[in-house]
Design a protein around this ligand. Sequence first.
Ligand code: ADP
Ligand code: GLC
Length: 479
Amino acid sequence: MKILFASSEVWPLIKTGGLGDVAYSLPHALQQQGIDIRIVLPAYQDVLKKLKSFQILGWLTLKLAAKEYNVRILQTQHEKFSLPIWLVDCAALFDRRGNPYSNLEGHDWSDNAERFALFSLAVARLAMDDLNLAWKPDVVHSNDWQTGLISAFLDQEAAHPKRVFTLHNLAYGGYFSQQEFQRLQLPSQWWSPEGVEFYGNMSMIKAGIIYSDQVTTVSPRYAKEICTPEFGYGLAGVLLHRQYKLTGILNGIDPEVWNPNTDPLLPYHYSTKQLNTGKRKNKQALLESNGIKVTKETLAAPLLGMVSRLVEQKGVDMIIEAMPQLLENSNANFIFIGTGHPSIEAQLLELKQHHPQRVMVSIEYSEAKAHLLEAGCDLFMMPSRFEPCGLNQLYSLRYGTLPIVHRTGGLADTVVDVKSDNATGFVFDTATTKELIKTIQRALTLFSDKKRWNQLQHNAMQQDFSWNKSALKYIQLYQ
Ligand code: ADP
Ligand code: GLC
């Protein structure tokens, strides 16, 4: 079976969040099951810089916004990849400094509609084998709003491959104005409530939902949640009506990239066997790298961490609100790594300023720091208001760092509260600061019961969240 997998980010070439991890690990898991798969993404400047060499597969002439784009399609290899990577190289739209969606000041690129419409059009043409490569996929698998128009473009072809669309986060809908829709000169028949139109605007994520043969989300629970007004972002009705083609398949993780026993980003390796010493040494390294004077007491005190995009979804504001009480009533220390909303960044930095020995904050994107945090902390905080799947709680489980999570989406599907058998973490039912504080206090009380704590860590580390099961579910769906 041949699959063309389209994503706007793919780790380690380019990543802003979990989509990048999944767009790397899922295709590799599928390949291990014998699927012939290729990944396609835009040739951003940051991606081109990382390549040692590439081959030109051909040129596509694409009409969009009353222009003719001559787009180069590149094929490249990378030491981390065992499958071909295709790049849509259009310098005018992708060869710039900044991240895939925004400029260096953090503002969305003003031509995002054109950028991702062009990318989607190019992928659709590749899927129709316009380059005569004698490789036509059976299924095109696209991901999130940036690739939503692929299915719509393919809809115009008689003999198109099947289309699977995965919703990683419905909160980002790829909304653009009707003027923009017209300016891009997209097919007028798409402009309908049964097409891309969404309350007077265009929605690229809706295009993916409407025009795909199958729609998936990244956890079973989120597949149900998005059919309700609370989580549906205005699309609950559209999704409810299409439940016949909606499936929730839990994300997996790459067990090689996230393995505390081999992780090259950790100073000390450990498994369930050298758990206590391994974690203690990493904790010391983590504290020291943050300029903390490490004593016996600091090492013994619970350390709670968070790695996150600093946005409303992640509930970091609740943690900030809880901090005065937590600092006052416990000996716990806290560490945060993240970037995002300027006001959240500023509040975290202020906390650090007031409690330099107890609150550590890095406002940056750093994989090395994220891995060390996972290994060195005792608890990981993830009180997300909603969470399509979440990967950090899965990394935390594997590193024996017990997650504290809100019972929503993929967090609910993957973490079992201490009140149940086979517990792996701490789960609370309503996303309020009060509930969060209560749950953190529950965790801190248990932290002093070393025997029970170790048992929980062992349970957590023994969970299997590799792609084995989920990759087979995708294959069934493709079939
Ligand atoms: P989301 O995709 O909503 O951001 P996930 O939990 O699925 O949430 O995935 C987030 C991914 O991004 C994880 O791999 C996490 O380690 C990584 N990440 C987020 N922020 C940072 C950061 N500041 N530095 C390093 N890695 C980060
Ligand atoms: C999104 C979601 C996150 C999910 C990730 C990968 O960014 O917010 O919950 O884990 O995609 O699917």
